[in-house]
Design a protein around this ligand. Structure first.
Ligand code: UGA
Length: 435
């Protein structure tokens, strides 16, 4: 069996690496030639734990990485994993997916294997029926369900655990018509993930499941962040103890209750906006989703007002930001709350020093020489009026009295409460802990 994967971002590259390492004859396609070369040499274009190891393992077997679409012409399965980024009005940008599906359509004419095209990219309900299917049929001059299969297969992997999530997903969702192709896809996935439930449904439900999943996760985060803000005004209360306790109720569950500066990344913020826009377009006022989004956007103000309350005017004062990645375990800074915070503080003319174990290069691409970068926590804090912990990197837990010795003012704002139980010679404020 030969498998093609079109689009080598987090989802596509993780899938390519995992399938190739399992011995499938795999071809990874991306329009970016430089990226393909890098991947062919066993190097990932982004940091993701375990990815390079699995990729190199795959490269020793039957893996080809190329920008040449024609290589998919003898594939049995073709996954589409290109990005659907956010456009200005909040909806998703379909340019990349349309382009790749057009190229795939053209090649389907030459493919004698009756392949299955599986769409993993996140798309608004109706996109498969109204956009992808018509393009594929027009370009290939063939019929979906007859000459080729077409399946919606949303992805749930998280960055920083992408390989584990690709190997062991919590569920496999297959959306489409009940044809022989659906049966073939079911057989493929049950062999790949023998212990995982497979849900078979139609295209639009599968597309909506993805938005339901991400918007529920966003709701959990905004819920706990709202409570965290309340706790901050109840002397002695601690949001982590509350989250831990309610998390023991199986109806609630313990995950995604870690209060902080708000959710970021390339998925949750984008998917929330797209769902809100979509709901509006079909005549629904999404009151709850709007509130979740609003809480997320204003969470950053908690940090700024705490900072200004303690430091006063921050103009020309050095502020150290610990963590710029959108979460630990990644170098990804897309829609990172930390980046937004830095932009706000720069407007107030603060001098910014940042430290992040993985994301410094990407941060430099945004701010260049407007801010300062330091690899060491201690020297990043030297001369600072305040250190703000934005990301719960393990490295920051090591912060001690030596690290803060040369701060101008020994003041820490901890958005993740990772130092809450440490005895430090410092003025300490944490989001979600009442003083
Ligand atoms: C998210 C979803 O979790 C994945 O299931 C989904 O497949 C993916 O989007 C996607 O659509 O591609 P990811 O973007 O990797 O995954 O990030 P998350 O781990 O969900 O974290 C998102 C943000 O929420 C981060 O800024 C994180 O710090 C924040 N977060 C998460 C919290 O503040 N508290 C929590 O308890 C959990």
């Amino acid at each position: 069996m030969k498998i093609g994967i079109v689009g080598l971002g987090f989802v596509g590259l993780s899938l390519t690496a995992v399938l190739a390492s399992k011995g499938y004859n795999t071809v990874g396609i991306d329009v970016d030639k430089k990226k393909c070369k890098k991947i062919s040499n066993g190097n990932s274009p982004f940091f993701e734990p375990s990815l390079e190891k699995i990729l190199r393992n795959g490269l020793k077997k039957k893996l080809t990485v190329s920008n040449d679409f024609s290589l998919i012409k003898d594939c049995d399965i073709i996954f589409v994993t290109v990005g659907t980024p956010q456009s200005k009005n909040g909806s998703i940008e379909l340019g990349m997916i349309k382009k790749s599906v057009r190229s795939i359509g053209k090649i389907l004419q030459e493919n004698k294997k009756n392949p299955i095209v599986i769409i993993k990219s996140t798309v608004i309900p109706g996109t498969m029926q109204n956009v992808i299917l018509p393009i594929l049929e027009k370009e290939s001059k063939q019929k979906a369900g007859k000459n080729f299969g077409l399946i919606s297969n949303p992805e749930f992997l998280q960055e920083s655990t992408a390989i584990r999530d690709t190997e062991f997903p919590h569920v496999v969702v297959l959306g489409g018509y009940q044809t022989k192709y659906m049966q073939k896809a079911k057989n493929f996935f049950s062999k790949l993930h023998p212990n995982t439930s497979i849900i078979i449904t139609n295209h639009q439900t599968a597309e909506m499941v993805k938005y339901a999943n991400n918007s529920f996760l966003a709701t959990k985060i905004s819920f706990i962040n709202q409570l965290s803000n309340i706790c901050q005004n109840i002397p002695g209360s601690n949001i982590d103890d509350i989250a831990k306790t309610i998390g023991l109720d199986p109806r609630i569950g313990e995950l995604f209750l870690d209060a902080g500066p708000g959710y970021g990344g390339s998925c949750l913020p984008k998917d929330m906006k797209a769902l809100i826009k979509f709901a509006g377009d079909i005549g629904i006022r999404p009151t709850l989703l709007n509130a979740v989004e609003k809480i997320n956007q204003t969470q950053i103000n908690q940090i700024v007002s705490l900072l200004e309350k303690k430091v006063g005017n921050i103009s020309s004062k050095q502020i150290t930001i610990l963590g710029t990645a959108f979460k630990p375990g990644t170098d990804d800074i897309r829609y990172s709350v930390s980046i937004e915070l830095i932009k706000k503080l720069l407007k107030k003319k603060a001098k910014i020093v940042v430290c992040d174990p993985k994301a410094i290069e990407n941060t430099k691409n945004v701010f260049g020489e407007k801010i300062y970068y330091d690899e060491s926590i201690t020297s990043a804090l030297d001369n600072s009026h305040c250190g703000i912990i934005m990301v719960q990197w393990k490295q920051f837990e090591k912060l001690n009295n030596k690290s803060i010795k040369h701060m101008k003012r020994k003041l820490i704002i901890d958005c993740r409460r990772i130092l809450a139980n440490k005895k430090l010679d410092v003025e300490y404020y944490a989001l979600g802990i009442g003083k």
